[in-house]
Design a protein around this ligand. Structure first.
Ligand code: CUA
Length: 337
């Protein structure tokens, strides 16, 4: 009788654990893993999931067995037997969870400290978050609206916010980091897989939160070097429309402004296709109006738009030549509209 009970318990446990494991393995509930750090996080996820499946199997076995084995007859209104605790059982159900939680704590600490260890040759990229756009600054001074990364090299991302709290998340890298005004937070990414992945703002930061997205593009090291050179050449091009278009694109202007020539349709800031009319409304010559609006955006704010939304430091990040190129590009793109 007793042997039969144990056999049924073990049988139900194996069956329910098997079903839970099959569901966990069959469903594609994680995106691809595209970095070394993601591999370690995935190890931790599976470590915890395995523990959960075993606990589920034990609980399901005891519960299902009891439901059928100790089911009261329809006309049985008697009380159950009085039970006054079981010291052995209490020690067991305290000790096992303590050991499991401690094991999860230790493995998590190891995973996080390995993910936080920074290699000497790490590339550093400064990430600026603001409502509702991302800019990525490379050591050469280049800024980009998308995050390009070389495969196989560790990159430290250093986050700063210009306004409210945002959060950086690339599901394929498995790392999420809050970006808090006044603080510099960091994560390390060592991409292992060439591809394009979404950069998502993971903290409700205002009306444009859902649109605060960019892309992370992992390239082979040679392609990454070529990309860096190409971008630097474009923004410093002596041809103002080439340089202006690259500066406009790389600085995330398109996420807030409309400019048909750049395929931009943002509506958070003034419509740049209407610059000549807006300069007239402000009573300023077009060239000076556009230039001042970039370097000192609060000097004149187009009616209907709030102050302090256009970054005050934007103009300082550009060289004189780059600023001139951008102004020339904006004026030539908006003329006749
Ligand atoms: Cu930035 Cu949500």
């Amino acid at each position: 009788m007793r042997r039969g009970s144990i056999a049924s318990l073990v049988g139900i446990g194996i069956a329910s654990g098997g079903i839970a494991a099959a569901v966990a393995l069959a469903l594609p509930w994680l995106p691809v893993s595209a970095s070394k750090e993601a591999g370690r996080i995935d190890f931790e996820i599976w470590f915890v999931v395995t523990i959960c499946i075993v606990i589920f199997a034990v609980v399901a076995a005891v519960m299902l067995y009891s439901v059928f084995r100790f089911r009261a007859a329809p006309d049985d209104d008697s009380d159950g037997p009085p039970i006054h605790g079981h010291t052995g059982l209490e020690i067991t159900w305290t000790l096992i969870p303590t050991l499991l939680v401690t094991a999860i704590g230790i493995t998590s600490a190891i995973v996080l400290s390995r993910d936080d260890a920074l290699a000497k040759n790490a590339l550093r990229v400064d990430v600026v978050a603001q409502q509702f756009t991302w800019t990525f600054k490379y050591p050469s001074g280049l800024t980009s609206a998308t995050l390009a990364l070389p495969r196989g090299r560790e990159t430290q991302l250093r986050f700063q916010s210009r306004d409210v709290i945002h959060a950086f998340f690339v599901p394929e890298f498995r790392e999420n980091m809050d970006i808090v005004p006044g603080l510099t937070t960091t994560i390390n990414v060592t991409p292992t897989r060439v591809g394009t992945y979404p950069v998502i703002c993971n903290e409700l930061c205002g009306l444009g939160h859902a649109l605060m997205r960019s892309t992370a593009q992992v390239m082979e090291p040679a392609a990454f070097d070529k990309w860096l050179r190409g971008q630097s050449q474009a923004v410093s091009s002596p041809n103002p429309s080439t340089a202006g278009a690259a500066i406009f694109k790389n600085n995330g202007c398109a996420s807030c402004h409309t400019l048909a020539a750049a395929g931009a349709s943002g509506t958070i800031g003034p419509d740049l296709d209407k610059l000549p009319a807006e300069a007239q409304q402000a009573g300023q010559p077009l060239q000076a109006f556009v230039s001042t609006s970039i370097t000192d955006p609060n000097a004149y704010v187009q009616p209907g738009y709030p102050k302090n939304v256009m970054p005050q430091t934007f103009g300082k990040a550009l060289s004189k030549q780059q600023l001139d190129s951008l102004v020339t590009y904006l004026i030539s793109s908006s003329k006749g509209k």
